[in-house]
Design a protein around this ligand. Structure first.
Ligand code: FHN
Length: 500
C-alpha cells in the first residue's frame, strides 16, 4: 500500500483520505468509534462563553443580503431567463446550455462597468432590518464571481472601478452598526475568474505556486476586511468546499489564528476550514471547527439532539433557491410570512438563529415582496419578542401545537396549530418540579385559565396541564402563550392502580 500511495502522489492520497473521512455537515451527528490524532482541530473552545458569543445566542433573527454584479441581470438577460441554465440567480455567471447568451462570461465579467446603484441607501436597508427585528446581518463582500464590494488593494475587480466608485461595505457596516445591528461579513473563498484559483488540490510545482499566490491574496483580503471594518462581529465563509482549499489546512489553521488575534472576539462559523483528513465543519473526531455550526443552509435539524449542543444558524431564501436578485418570481413558490415565522420559531426552539435572505436589485432597492415580508415579520416579532430573543430550548416533550422556548421559569408556546376545542394541553413529565401555574396571551396580555388534567394513562411518564383559549380570541397569525412555571399546587390525588 505504501508503494502504491507514493506512486499515486500526495494529491490523490489526500483525495482518498478526504473521501474516507466523515464529510458530515448536517443531520444527526455520528461520533467516530476510534479517535485520531488531529493537529488541525478546533482553535477556540467549544461553547465560548464571552460576550460576543452570548450576544450571538440571543440574536434570534438575522438578515442576509446577497448583493453584487448579479443584481444587474436579475437572473435574465435581454428578456431570456437563466432558469434551468444557472444554479441560482447569483450563479448566473455560470449560465450554460442552449439559452445562454453568446460570450456570456465575458459579458458578465464586464458588468462592473455599469454597476451604478443610484438608489442604494444603506441607512434605509438598516432601518428595514431594524423594523423586522434583525439583531445581526450578513453581507456579501465578495461572492463566487470574485467581485469585491469594497475597494480592495489586492484586486482590480472591485467597487472602485465601477461608475459608482464608493465603498459599499463601509456604508453597510456603518449604517447597520449605527442601527444597533451586528454585522458579519460573508466572504466566498472560491473565485470563478481568478487565474490563480484552482478547484483540485495543486499537484505540479506550477500549480502550487499559483495556488500559494491565491492563498496569500485571500489572507490579504481577509486581513484588510478586519482592519478596514473593525466594528464587525464575525466572518461568514462560503466556497470552501474545493479540494484545493481543503488541502491548505496548515495555511487555513494559521490564518484562523491570525484573524482571531487581529480581531479578538471574532466569530467564525464551521465552514472556514477542515482538518488534515479533509473533515469539514467537524473534525475527524467529531469536534466543531469554529464557533457555531454553519451547515444549515435552507435546512433545519430534525430534532434538537442532532445539534449535540452546538450553536448554529439557519440561512434561508424566500424563493426555493436563489439568493441574489431575481426579477421574475412567477411560477415558483415563494415563502409566506407565516412560513417564515414558523421557521423562525422552529430554529429558536432549538437555540438557532434564523437568517432571512434579501436580494436587492441593481439599483439598490429591495423588492416590494421583501419589504412587505420584513414589515409583517417585524410586527409579529415585536409583539412576541420574549419568545424570540434571549429564550432558549425547553426540554419539555415537543408540542404538536407549535414550538416551546423558555427563559427563567417562563415557558413560551408559539401556537401555529390551534386546537379545535381551544384547549392547549401541555405534557409535563411527572417528575418535573415546575409545572404551568399561570398563562397569558403575549400579544394582548389577557390571562388564560390553567387546569391540571390527569388523563390517567398507565405507564405515561407525563401529566397534563390545559390552557383554555377564549373562543372570542381570534388572530390571523401564530400567537404565543406565556406560561408561568412554578411548584405544583398540591400533589394530585391518585386513584389506586388496578391489579392485572
Ligand atoms: O453557492 C452559494 C450560494 O450562492 C449562496 O451564497 C449560499 C448562501 O449560504 N451559499 C452557497 C452555497 O453553500
Amino acid at each position: 500500500m505504501k508503494g502504491i500511495t507514493i506512486r499515486l502522489g500526495f494529491g490523490l492520497l489526500f483525495a482518498m483520505l478526504a473521501v474516507n473521512s466523515p464529510a458530515q455537515w448536517t443531520g444527526a451527528k455520528k461520533k467516530p468509534q476510534t479517535l485520531k490524532d488531529i493537529k488541525y482541530g478546533p482553535i477556540t473552545p467549544a461553547h465560548r462563553t464571552d460576550a460576543q458569543m452570548s450576544a450571538f445566542r440571543n440574536y434570534g433573527l438575522g438578515q442576509f443580503i446577497h448583493w453584487g454584479l448579479y443584481a444587474i441581470p436579475g437572473n435574465e438577460w435581454n428578456g431570456v431567463s437563466a432558469r434551468g441554465g444557472a444554479a441560482a440567480s447569483e450563479w448566473i455567471r455560470s449560465w450554460g446550455g442552449p439559452t445562454a447568451p453568446k460570450d456570456w462570461k465575458k459579458t458578465y465579467d464586464n458588468l462592473y462597468r455599469q454597476f451604478n446603484p443610484r438608489q442604494f441607501d444603506a441607512v434605509k436597508w438598516a432601518q428595514q432590518a431594524k423594523a423586522m427585528g434583525a439583531r445581526y446581518m450578513i453581507f456579501t463582500t465578495k461572492h463566487h464571481d470574485g467581485f469585491a464590494l469594497w475597494p480592495t488593494r489586492y484586486s482590480d475587480y472591485n467597487i472602485s472601478k465601477t461608475p459608482y466608485k464608493k465603498d459599499v461595505v463601509k456604508q453597510v457596516v456603518d449604517a447597520y452598526t449605527a442601527a444597533g445591528i451586528d454585522v458579519f461579513l460573508y466572504f466566498s473563498v472560491l473565485e470563478w475568474n481568478n487565474p490563480d484559483y484552482l478547484s483540485k488540490a495543486p499537484q505540479t510545482p506550477e500549480e502550487h505556486k499559483r495556488f500559494d499566490r491565491f492563498l496569500q491574496y485571500t489572507r490579504n483580503q481577509l486581513l484588510e476586511l478586519v482592519t478596514n471594518y473593525p466594528q464587525i462581529k464575525g466572518l461568514w465563509f462560503d466556497g470552501t468546499w474545493d479540494a484545493s482549499w481543503k488541502s491548505a489546512y496548515d495555511f487555513t489553521y494559521k490564518l484562523e489564528k491570525e484573524l482571531r488575534e487581529k480581531h479578538p472576539g471574532l466569530i467564525i462559523g464551521s465552514r472556514f476550514r477542515n482538518d488534515e483528513f479533509g473533515a469539514r465543519h467537524f473534525d475527524s473526531n467529531g469536534r466543531l471547527l469554529g464557533d457555531y455550526e454553519q451547515g444549515w443552509e435552507r435546512k433545519m435539524p430534525g430534532s434538537f439532539d442532532w445539534l449535540d449542543g452546538n450553536d448554529w444558524d439557519c440561512v434561508m431564501t424566500i424563493p426555493p433557491n436563489g439568493w441574489g436578485y431575481m426579477k421574475d418570481w412567477s411560477g415558483i413558490y415563494t415563502k409566506t410570512t407565516d412560513d417564515l415565522l414558523e421557521m423562525l420559531m422552529r430554529c429558536r426552539s432549538m437555540n438557532g438563529n434564523f437568517v432571512l435572505n434579501f436580494g436587492p436589485d441593481g439599483n439598490g432597492n429591495m423588492r416590494p415582496e421583501e419589504d412587505r415580508i420584513a414589515s409583517e415579520m417585524g410586527e409579529w416579532v415585536k409583539q412576541n419578542a420574549p419568545a424570540v430573543y434571549e429564550s432558549r430550548h425547553s426540554d419539555l416533550p415537543a408540542s404538536g401545537y407549535g414550538y416551546f422556548t423558555e427563559k427563567d421559569s417562563v415557558l413560551y408556546l408559539t401556537v401555529f396549530n390551534r386546537p379545535v376545542n381551544n384547549i392547549a394541553r401541555i405534557a409535563i413529565p411527572r417528575s418535573s418540579k415546575q409545572v404551568p401555574v399561570s398563562a397569558t396571551l403575549l400579544q394582548n396580555g389577557s390571562g388564560l385559565e390553567v387546569k391540571h388534567a390527569d388523563i390517567g394513562l398507565d405507564l405515561d411518564k407525563n401529566t397534563y396541564y390545559d390552557i383554555v383559549l377564549p373562543a372570542s380570541f381570534q388572530t390571523e397569525r401564530a400567537f404565543v402563550i406565556r406560561i408561568g412555571l412554578g411548584a405544583p399546587a398540591k400533589k394530585a390525588d391518585r386513584l389506586m392502580d388496578a391489579k392485572m
